[in-house]
Design a protein around this ligand. Structure first.
Ligand SMILES: *Cc1c(COP(=O)(O)O)cnc(C)c1O
Length: 366
């Protein structure tokens, strides 16, 4: 099969040098390997711009969901109550996790086409003094809406509530003032904005809060405190087999993020990609689902142009031309999604728009 560009925000298109870093069967457990893990942890703290004496970075084997589940299942006890802000399927997923573990939770559901706002949270927190933890999504990849964590998290933190942010599809691509706004647990993974391959997630955690969770875990493998403890006392040793190829690819991806000029430069590229994509699609007659004010620079939802729009046919034609996009994920409005993170540049978006225009010209349905 010919190579195609993944316009699906994670897994995404990685550089050839990131792929090359996996062409070797690395040993594990020894000092060289542990050093790589430690340097990744330091790089993540630097990327989060947090003080290493206050925060730690803990990798967890598995995809992003495993990292979120590690925080939910091992840092919240049976006597706690978790407030969850939901405006898409990743927020719903946290609610599902709380159900599985029998954790007390209060769900605030907001229309999927809208951001979560502070006023949605305020009244619930004021009505429920039993709330001890709060979780929300930064970029809701379901629609591409960017929730204003910088307005909500500081207010929640002031009420002595532990704050959890799923920044899976934003960390490393959108600046986040982790310690400034007082995030206690931030979760992300290798295969989103940092542009590595899938295989592990990581948690940026406030040490004092994490250390207080010792013994809270409901599973062995997702015990965040224990993973942290092992990495601290054994200089970067993972508790169980680590994804060695993924780890090396991720170290390379972090290096390439630096070479690109760092977080601000990458953010600019993603923003430029998204602007070019949204504008180009609008010129072709497509409508963006999310209001510009809340649209993330990561992924864009487009409303089906006509009632008889055939997404599968559109998808296949794009794939044959070298682009893979995403179906929509919300129920109320038929949409499809196009991501613009990964090794994706100006010329790629221009080529995509040209191909969509050609498909449009040969189709009668839109
Ligand atoms: C990708 C993503 C996840 C994790 O999904 P996995 O399939 O487990 O990697 C969680 N939250 C958000 C917002 C995401 O974009």
């Amino acid at each position: 099969m010919d190579n195609y560009l993944l316009l699906t925000p994670g897994p995404l298109t990685t550089s050839s040098t990131v792929k090359k870093a996996m062409e070797f069967d690395y040993c594990t457990w020894d000092d060289d390997y542990k050093e790589i893990t430690q340097s990744i942890r330091q790089s993540l703290l630097a990327l989060a711009d947090v003080n290493p004496s206050k925060y730690t970075a803990v990798p967890i084997q598995g995809s992003g969901t495993y990292g979120v589940e590690s925080v939910i299942s091992s840092t919240i006890s049976n006597s706690d109550t978790l407030l969850i802000a939901i405006n898409g399927s990743y927020g719903e997923r946290i609610s599902q996790m709380a159900d599985v573990y029998g954790i007390n939770h209060i769900d605030v559901r907001i229309d999927e086409q809208k951001p979560v706002l502070l006023e949605d949270i305020k009244s619930v927190v004021e009505m429920h003094p039993e709330i001890t933890h709060f979780a929300m999504i930064h970029c809701e990849t379901t629609t591409g809406v960017l929730n204003p964590i910088e307005e909500i998290i500081p207010w929640v933190h002031e009420r002595k509530i532990v704050t959890i942010v799923d920044a899976m599809s934003s960390f490393g691509g959108i600046p986040i003032d982790v310690s400034g706004i007082n995030i206690d647990f931030l979760i992300s993974s290798t295969n989103k904005c940092i542009q590595g391959v899938p295989g592990f997630s990581f948690v940026i955690a406030r040490k004092k809060v994490l250390e207080a969770t010792k013994g809270t875990a409901r599973t062995l493998s997702l015990d965040l405190y224990d993973q942290y403890h092992e990495m601290e006392i054994n200089n970067g040793k993972w508790r169980f087999t680590s994804p060695t190829h993924v780890v090396h690819a991720f170290a390379q991806a972090l290096e390439e993020l630096k070479l690109e000029g760092g977080l601000q430069k990458r953010y600019k590229r993603f923003q430029a990609n998204q602007n070019q994509l949204a504008l180009g699609m609008e010129n072709l007659g497509f409508e963006v689902l999310i209001d510009k004010k809340w649209q993330s620079p990561i992924i864009t939802s487009f409303i089906y142009p006509t009632d008889d729009f055939d997404f599968n046919d559109f998808y296949q034609k794009l794939k044959e031309s070298g682009f893979v996009i995403y179906p929509g994920k919300i129920s109320k409005v038929p949409t499809f999604r196009i991501g613009n993170i990964g090794e994706v540049y100006r010329d790629d978006i221009a080529r995509l728009l040209k191909v969509i225009k050609e498909i449009q010209n040969t189709e009668k349905s839109f």
